[in-house]
Design a protein around this ligand. Structure first.
Ligand code: NDP
Ligand code: PHD
Length: 368
């Protein structure tokens, strides 16, 4: 099968580098375009990027020229699938330009996550929200659209919550995070601020977690999502860990749940099994019964960095149950999440007619 050509916006950053690592030799997608800021445009990727990952930067990628971040200035043909790893303010300006140019923008950024007709998706949790793209004006006018994945802490959390919500209903939830420094990008938090320390503040993080969980676990209702009716309270902390966000969760259910029922809900949760998606982990939620797990150093790479590990399930004296969940923030929480969204979109046929306005043009194609 010929691979689909893809581009990466924000290719030199922490998430951009993960995109390159995960897309290199991907069976369905091939990187043909890279862009970052004007500081990097015109340089080779090898010159522009401080490569920070523990696998080698592929030589073919290092030799590629970083292009301007403007669709019209693309040298050669602009790929119609764009993975975007930009800060929110920049994403707000650039992502619509690519959607208007007929591209599927698979975004990591928070800029459009809570917009009513923009799907905010973790495929195992709410792939059913993806048809929202058909309500976007870009889709009608150019065939392009924007799909987003959530905040990195919200992703690990909703993976653990989804099977519980389905079986027991969530009434309220308290979560306290310990987030890795790679979550702040590069160079990120100054070493003197974080070494031997904990910083109990990450700008906008608690608000994002609280509202995104409501949309992710909500249900599609016409051209928008009806939010989950549950109270969510988040505390977010930065800790001196390189990769992997750990979250302590206390939860109150609408229906009584036993320990065995909760463990069964997690172990039987495999909504993408049999779909043949290259990036989907076999088990998106893995329970570890050891008293001192999960730990970021030991568990973040489970399922090739795409599985959330849960552990320490015990009764809670304030709410019903409490547990710990861990996930890799730049793989499951960012680039891997976007890549899985793209794989699901490809399976749904939503990457087939990019650059062609919907309505008239796609209707004609069906009639032809
Ligand atoms: N790190 C994480 O764990 C997660 C991050 N995210 C989100 O992903 C996004 C990227 O994060 P991260 O990779 O950590 O950030 P970085 O700071 O590491 O990288 C930012 C990227 O954006 C580029 N950039 C900066 N200014 C511009 C501009 N004006 N126009 C175009 N490109 C520009 C940079 O290019 P240059 O090198 O040229 O400056 C670089 O490629 C953010 O929205 C973040 O919140 C989401 C989930 C997890
Ligand atoms: N803010 C997260 C990274 C992230 O996911 O951010 P955003 O919600 O903007 O994508 C962290 O620092 O760990």
């Amino acid at each position: 099968m010929e691979r689909r050509r893809v581009g990466i916006l924000g290719a030199t950053g922490m998430v951009g580098q993960r995109f390159i690592q995960l897309l290199h030799n991907h069976p369905w997608f091939e990187i043909t375009w890279l862009a970052a800021s004007d500081r990097s445009a015109g340089k080779t990727y090898g010159e522009a990027c401080k490569w920070k990952l523990d696998t080698a930067l592929p030589a073919t990628i290092a030799a590629m020229k970083v292009q301007p971040n403007v669709p019209e200035l693309c040298e050669g043909e602009l790929p119609k699938i764009i993975f975007a790893a930009l800060d929110a303010d920049i994403a707000r300006e650039l992502e619509p330009k690519f959607a208007a140019a007929g591209c599927a923008v698979i975004s990591n950024s928070s800029a459009f996550r809570m917009v009513a007709d923009v799907p905010l998706v973790v495929p195992e949790v709410n792939a059913s929200h993806l048809p929202l793209i058909e309500a976007q004006s870009w889709r009608r006018e150019s065939g392009g659209f924007i799909v987003t994945n959530p905040n990195c802490s919200a992703i690990g959390l909703v993976l653990a919550l989804k099977p519980l919500e389905e079986r027991f209903g969530i009434e309220s939830l308290f979560v306290s995070t310990m987030q890795a420094v790679s979550g702040a990008g590069y160079p990120g938090v100054p070493s003197l601020d974080i070494l031997g320390n904990v910083v109990p503040f990450i700008k906008n993080e608690e608000e994002k977690m609280q509202e995104e969980v409501g949309k992710l676990l909500g249900h599609l209702s016409g051209d928008s999502v009806a939010m989950l009716d549950a109270k969510v309270s988040a505390h977010c902390n930065r800790v001196a860990v390189e990769d992997g966000h750990t979250e302590c969760v206390s939860i109150k259910f609408r229906k009584k749940a036993t320990r065995e029922e909760i463990l069964a809900a997690w172990s039987e949760f495999a909504p993408l099994r049999g779909e043949g998606l290259p990036t989907a982990p076999e088990f998106p939620v893995e329970f570890d019964a050891a008293v001192d797990r999960p730990q970021p150093k030991l568990d973040r790479m489970r399922g090739n960095g795409m599985a959330a590990t849960v552990g320490r399930l015990r009764e809670c004296s304030l709410l019903d149950w409490k547990f710990v969940v861990l996930s890799h923030n730049t793989i499951r929480g960012a680039a891997g999440a976007a890549l899985l969204n793209a794989e699901v979109l490809a399976r749904m046929g939503k990457l087939d007619k990019l650059g062609v306005p919907t309505g008239a043009a796609q209707g004609q194609a069906v009639l032809a």
